[in-house]
Design a protein around this ligand. Sequence first.
Ligand SMILES: [Zn+2]
Length: 129
Amino acid sequence: MKPSDARFFDASAIGLSGLCLLHCLALPVVAAFLPALAFWQASEWVHVLFVMLAVPLAGIALWRSHRVSALPKALWMLSAGGVAALAMGAIGWPSHAWETAITVAGSVLLASAHAWNWRRRHSRAKSCV
Ligand SMILES: [Zn+2]
């Protein structure tokens, strides 16, 4: 795997988590001043779309890194926890009152997993020089 491929998948996944955080945390504030954006804030399909994009991105990024050098179990668990929380937020489980908090937690967990993966790859590349 070319390092640029792995960087692309980790960067995309971190960017997606950032978009999710913007949607959940910043958009409600912005929509208070720009009511036209309230549509996006209330769009629950956005969370479903995030999950549908996050699952393959995380899977490809982590699996490709794992094939080069086995990932620690904690990194897999961090990623799985992030995806599970994003999915729970997308379906509004256990209740819609928790949707934003669970989605934000999932985004942070998943972004942390990808940042960790990025850092591992970077430090491994340095040690090979
Ligand atoms: Zn959101």
